[in-house]
Structure formats: C-alpha cells, structure tokens
Design a protein around this ligand. Structure first.
Ligand SMILES: [Zn+2]
Ligand SMILES: [Zn+2]
Length: 419
C-alpha cells in the first residue's frame, strides 16, 4: 500500500493540516485554547487539560482539515496561550517636519481637525484656527450638555469635525446627545444636532462631512440624515418609523449608529455601530448612492463582521479597504492587532498582530499612535515598517497626508514622504 498518508486522527492527510491534542479529535470536542505557533496568527488547538501543561508540545498531533473544522464549529475557543508573531520590518521613517510655537490648548485630543491650510482647534473659549504663522479666533461654540449619569462607560466628550473644503465644522458630544454645525466664514451656528435619547451613551456621536456641502449625522438611534450645511436643507427625506406593532416595514433598521468615517474619496462611510445583544457591527454605507436617489441606502448597508466591541480604532486604508482593531469576533477572545476588510466584497482579506492605538489610514498604509511615537504599518506585508519616534499626533489631514501634534505650547506637523 502506499500513496495515502494517514494522520494520527485516522484520516487522510491533506494540504492544510492543523495540529491539536488527541482529546479534541472526538465526535463532540470539548472547548479549547489556541496556542500560537509563532508563525503569523497560526495556532495549535489544545483541550483545557493539555493547556495547563508546562510543555504541551508533546500532546500535539497533526489532524486533518475536517477534524480541525469540527473543533472550530462545535467547541468554543476560550483563550489564547503565548503570543502571535508581530512583524517589525522597520526602516527610517522619511517625512517633512514643521515646528512652531503655539500656545493654543485643545479641550481634548479629539478637538483638533484639519483645514485646507492649517488646523482648527476647539479650546475652552471656542474655535481657533492655527498654522505655522500663528493663531486666529474663529467663533465661540455652545453645545447643550448631555445629562450625566453614574455610568462606568465612556463619559461624554467633545469632538471636532471639519468639512473637506474647510467651510464648515461640527462640535459634537461623543457618548452624548447633542452637537452643532458652524459656518467657519461667518462663525454662525447653522444646524443644531440631536440624536435622540435612546442609548446615546454607547457610541461616539455619528457625524461626518463626506464631501464639501454635505454633512451626514444621526437624527435618531437608528436613522442617519444628510443635510446641506449652507442652507440647513434636509437631503434625505424618507419614512423610517415603525410603531412596533405588526411586522416591521421593509426598510426598518434595527441598528444603533456609531462613529462615522468617510473613505478618501467621500463615496462610502464606515458606521461603527452596534446591535443587540450587544455586538459591534461595522457597516459600510454607500453615501454616493444614497445622495444620488437610493433613498434607503443607509438602511441597507453592508455589514462586515459581528464583534464583541466597538468604538475602537478604525481607518480606511484606501477607497475599498477598511482596517479594524482588534482582531476578534463576537465568539472568541480579542487579539491585539488589525483586521483588514475588502468593502466591495464585504470580506475579511487579512489580519496581523501588533497595532494598538489611535489609527489613521493614508495611501495604503496605517499610522498608529502609541506612547513611543507614530507607528507605520503596511497592511499588505502585515508588518510595521517604521516609527516616527516621540511624535504623538492628535489630528490628520486625509487630503495632504499631514499629521499635527498640538501639545505643550508647540505645533509640530509631519508629512510622510511619498514613496
Ligand atoms: Zn488535550
Ligand atoms: Zn481527521
């Protein structure tokens, strides 16, 4: 006899063999642990008893793909042992610096935003524009305070957004209910924002300026609307309500909107919201189709994943690729790192361990703020390719690629060199 190799599990060997302990190769496998092999995110599967051993390697046997699939299907992954491979292929991070004295103090690190020629800052006194040449007061801002509660979840926090052309800004309350859109030329408030009182404490305030002349924001827990900020005109009138009696209408949306993030061209928006039970559910919305007449496009977005978290760093790598932290699903322990999704196909196309921190995407790369500096990660390699040491930006201009760090009486900017 020859030709067919038989594995210890009793089945024929095939190309993608996994390793696991013998106790998992049964009709009803017990719950298991993942033990990282040190190669990428690959791991071996161990039962609870074998996971407690000092040297579990002796328990491992190669199992066939079918047996590994049965473990993944019927047995819960309870935890991780060891660490996955984190790839560092660092070279010198090249870019252009500017530095200027700047005594302007943002309310928090979400209160600096890009303008075409500089940066807008929300200070205790209102909006201030800063650049290399100095600072200029723009307008006072008043936002209705959200009721405070004894809640261990994130406390309400002001956040600043700007339109791509620099004409409008929004000051909103993350984990709060209210906000305001202002005209930066006149300094006047042009739209007051209220997303209703249902579970607003759970997410950042949903608001984005995808393109000049359009602001998209939540007007209820499960409804987004687009407005023309110049006129205040509603661009997306439609019926979305449901009394709760009888079957739900075709376009009823059972989804809590969260932080909104536009792709580089402003066509699509990532919605970092959630659903009961609760699961995080990042959804991609075709805003261009919505504004072009597909009235219910934001009721029928494409969900990417069901996760046990939301309001963690997300970024667009390019117009059709989204990166999410951490690596995780609703049914398994999260892992520090990034998942990469193709938003045209709605599919996860990659994952790699390592990145943790506030994240921006630009020109196919990910930039991750850490206490040590700004890390640069290449999603295609799944590796870190550089660190801008000692630089912890609080804003990014998605059009120029420039980062700004406004802190300690100084404005520093860094623009990555184009490869
Ligand atoms: Zn075992
Ligand atoms: Zn088998």
């Amino acid at each position: 006899m020859g030709g067919v190799d038989v594995l210890p599990c009793g089945h024929a060997a095939n190309a993608a063999d996994f390793r696991g302990c013998a106790h998992l190769v049964v009709e009803r496998p017990p719950d298991h642990y993942g033990w990282f092999t040190g190669v990428g995110l690959e791991y071996d599967r161990l039962c609870g008893e074998c996971a407690k051993l000092d040297e579990p390697r002796s328990c491992l046997a190669v199992v066939c793909l079918g047996c590994a699939d049965r473990v993944d299907e019927y047995s819960e992954l309870l935890g991780w042992i060891g660490r996955p491979e984190v790839r560092h292929h660092d070279t010198a991070a090249r870019g252009v610096w500017t530095t200027a004295d700047c005594a302007v103090e943002p309310v928090n690190d979400r209160c600096v935003a890009a303008l075409p020629g500089g940066w807008l800052v929300l200070t205790g006194a209102g909006l201030v524009e800063v650049d290399r040449d100095g600072a200029r007061f723009v307008a006072p801002v008043s936002v209705t305070a959200s009721p405070t509660e004894d809640d261990p979840h994130d406390p309400p926090r002001l956040a600043l957004h700007t339109s791509p052309d620099g004409r409008h800004a929004a000051v909103v309350t993350d984990f709060g209910r209210y906000g305001v859109v202002l005209d930066l030329v006149t300094g006047d408030p042009v739209l007051s924002l209220d997303r209703g009182d249902y579970h607003y404490r759970q997410t950042c305030f949903p608001l984005v300026f995808p393109t000049p002349g359009v602001v998209v924001t939540a007007t209820d827990w499960n409804r987004l609307d687009a407005f023309d900020p110049a006129s205040g005109r509603l661009l997306t009138g439609r019926e979305t309500s449901w009394s709760g009696e009888g079957p739900a209408p075709e376009h009823y949306l059972d989804y809590f909107h969260g932080a909104l993030l536009a792709d580089p061209s402003g066509r699509r928006v990532l919605d970092d919201g959630w659903v009961w039970s609760p699961f995080g559910m990042p959804v991609v919305l075709d805003v261009a189709a919505w504004l072009g007449g597909d009235a219910y496009a934001t009721e029928h977005g494409m969900d990417l994943s069901a996760r046990d978290c939301w309001d963690l760093p997300v970024a667009w790598v390019d117009d059709h690729t989204v990166a999410l932290q951490p690596i995780g699903r609703y049914d398994r322990p999260p892992l520090a790192g990034v998942e990469v999704y193709d938003v045209l196909r709605g599919r996860r196309v990659g994952a790699f361990a390592g990145p943790v921190g506030r994240m921006w995407g630009h020109d196919g790369l990910l930039y991750v703020g850490t206490p040590a500096g700004l890390e640069i990660w290449a999603p295609e390699e799944g590796a870190r390719t550089g660190v801008v040491e000692g630089f912890t930006p609080n804003a990014h201009n998605p059009r120029t690629g420039r980062f700004a760090e406004l802190a300690g009486g100084r404005l520093r900017t860094w623009t990555p060199a184009t490869p």
